[in-house]
Design a protein around this ligand. Structure first.
Ligand code: PEP
Ligand code: MG
Length: 582
């Protein structure tokens, strides 16, 4: 038996035989051709290129049916890479001028591009490099008459062991034969993490040399919550995980009873539990788990996963459909939060040494007003007679709020002048995720209709700890009193200004935090969709009076350990035992 630790990105336990896919490097030896072969080599190259594009278009169409157009747009990036004029021209030049075979000419061009991306020493560039590696493999396979590897070509019920998955491949896992995944590459905010959470497929990432450690046929346990992968478990361990899996499933089935219940405390204090949404296709999950609307629609995938900027009509259609699906509940659309870890080539986002402190989110929007206005116009159009709210990310000062609102008003004026129907009034909120915004929340509240606290970023900026850096993950303290004081201050500032306050970071889905947040006066939780019933259930088990006392006491501690110990103790005291199994 071997126990391997990685990063759990999609919860649940999977137990099944491994299916390892090791993609042998396609090695191309430089090969020269005779001058009379040039035309034939160019023809072969063009044919292989077309065939590769056709294959991807077919995959894209299949995905659009199951995962929605936005997921399909992910593959668009690879199709566009194949259409890159410089790649095509340079390959043909290599064949013509250097008398290289089609394989050699293409290989030289793509290797150069891959090396450049890989040497950038940046996680997102590395993801791009993987897309290009996948493109190289596909075209070369077609050129050499080899079939491109089919991810789904396996018996039912397997755990996929692979170094890296391209977006097109990840999307093939939807309704597929795999029950879990263990990968070497990828981060908690990458496409694999996002998509497997949607598909409710247990997934662990970040296991170095995973394909060296696990063989096809090995019995594997993937615990996507703890980030543990166990290879060939002993009988005792196997039984333990089988029992744990059964208990988790039973527990999930038990929690579902709360999905359509009101989020109200035992003494009648009413809250709201919304869901976070990344892909439009996830809306079914949002509905399935009884969410009180969408508290955060992260729109950046519309930008980062496509090779052209999403147009106004396209965005309007997406927003309208989502709002109609969750009607009469509301849809909070966050304007694009590109930059930081979310790279969008499309906006020419440059490589930056400190991307989290750089040109990100509203900063991009305010310096590229046309791009932001396209989104604002689409939101205003969709919001005509629909329950849509708008939210600006990464606000760090009051001027940015005023400027963003001015752009919103300009967009409305433009639409009205053009005679296009749009919402006359729309609620506007900001993400409070930068410490300065939290500290200035009293001054900012009069400008907006609501706040939503983004603890994922608020923690990293308050504590100066990169949220994606595994080496310092113990310093990323969600319960550091400095963070909790800012959360409390922001909620109070919202209420002082007569507006409501939500929380949409991962903390909202952590059962240890629920009572404390109710007690601090939070009005809305926004969580990943499967967590909605649990948070509703906890809210329904606690009185607002007890919660207030818990919040008060929590704020007296000076270390995270004390806070966690206290909150866990209070949960044991107050919650039905079913909530303690989580
Ligand atoms: C946050 O920062 O808490 C948040 C919800 O935004 P994101 O995770 O998209 O940065
Ligand atoms: Mg954030």
């Amino acid at each position: 038996m071997e126990i391997i630790e990685g990063i759990g990105v999609s919860p649940g336990i999977a137990i099944a035989p491994a299916h390892k896919i090791e993609r042998g490097e396609i090695t191309i030896e430089p090969e020269n051709i005779a001058s009379e072969e040039v035309q034939e080599e160019i023809r072969r190259f063009r044919e292989a290129l077309q065939k590769s594009k056709d294959q991807l278009v077919r995959v894209q169409a299949a995905i659009a049916k199951t995962m929605g157009d936005e997921s399909a747009a992910i593959i668009e990036a690879q199709i566009m890479l194949m259409s890159d004029v410089s790649v095509v021209d340079e390959t043909i030049a290599g064949i013509k001028n250097k008398r290289l075979s089609a394989e050699s000419a293409l290989d030289i061009v793509l290797r150069k591009a891959i090396d450049a991306l890989e040497s950038a020493d940046d996680a997102t560039m590395a993801e791009r490099a993987h897309d290009l590696i996948d493109v190289r493999r596909r075209i070369l396979s077609n050129l050499m008459g080899m079939a491109h590897h089919v991810i789904q070509d396996v018996p039912e019920n397997r755990i996929l062991i692979i170094q890296h998955l391209a977006p097109s491949e990840t999307a093939q896992l939807f309704h597929g034969k795999y029950v879990g995944l263990a990968l070497e590459m990828g981060g908690a905010t990458g496409h694999v993490a996002i998509m497997t959470r949607t598909m409710e497929l247990p997934c662990v990432l970040g296991i170095s040399n995973v394909t060296g450690l696990i063989e096809s046929g090995d019995t594997v346990i993937v615990d996507g919550h703890d980030g543990t992968v166990i290879v060939n478990p002993t009988k005792t361990v196997l039984k333990k995980y089988k029992d744990r899996k059964k208990a988790q499933e039973k527990h999930k089935a038990w929690l579902i009873r709360f999905k359509d219940k009101l989020a109200v405390t035992t003494d009648g204090h009413k809250l709201s539990v919304g869901a976070n949404l990344e892909l439009p296709g996830e809306i079914e999950t949002v509905v399935k788990y009884g969410s009180d609307g969408v508290g955060l629609f992260r729109t950046e995938l519309l930008y980062t996963r496509s090779t052209k900027l999403p147009g106004e009509d396209e965005q309007t259609a997406v927003y309208k459909e989502l709002a109609d699906t969750i009607h009469p509940n509301s849809l909070v659309i966050r304007t694009f939060d590109i930059g930081g870890d979310k790279f969008a080539e499309i906006l020419g986002t440059p490589f930056e040494p400190n991307p989290f402190l750089g040109w990100r989110a509203i900063r991009i929007g305010l310096s590229r007003p046309r791009v932001l206005k396209t989104q604002l116009r689409a939101i205003l159009r969709a919001a005509y007679k629909r329950n849509i709210k708008i939210m600006f990310p990464m606000i760090s000062n009051r001027d940015e709020v005023a400027q963003a609102i001015a752009l919103l008003e300009e967009s409305r004026d433009e639409l009205e002048k053009e005679g296009i129907r749009c919402a006359k009034k729309i609620d506007v909120g900001i993400m409070v995720e930068v410490p300065s915004a939290a500290i200035l929340s009293r001054e900012i509240a009069p400008l907006v209709d609501f706040f939503s606290i983004g603890t994922n970023d608020l923690i990293q900026y308050t504590l100066a700890v990169d949220r994606g850096n595994q080496r310092i993950k113990d310093l990323y303290q969600s319960y550091n009193p400095a963070v909790l004081k800012l959360v409390k201050y922001t909620i109070d500032a919202a209420h002082f200004g007569g507006i409501w306050c939500g929380l949409c970071g991962e903390m909202a889905a952590d059962p240890r935090a629920t009572a404390m947040l109710i007690g601090m006066g939070l009005d809305e939780f926004s969580v990943n969709p499967p967590a909605v019933p649990m948070i509703k259930g906890i809210i329904r088990s606690i009185s607002a009076k007890d919660a207030r006392r818990i919040a008060e006491e929590t704020l007296r501690f000076s270390t995270q350990d004390e806070v966690i110990e206290f909150l866990e103790e209070k949960n044991r005291e107050l919650l039905p035992p079913e909530f303690l199994e989580i």
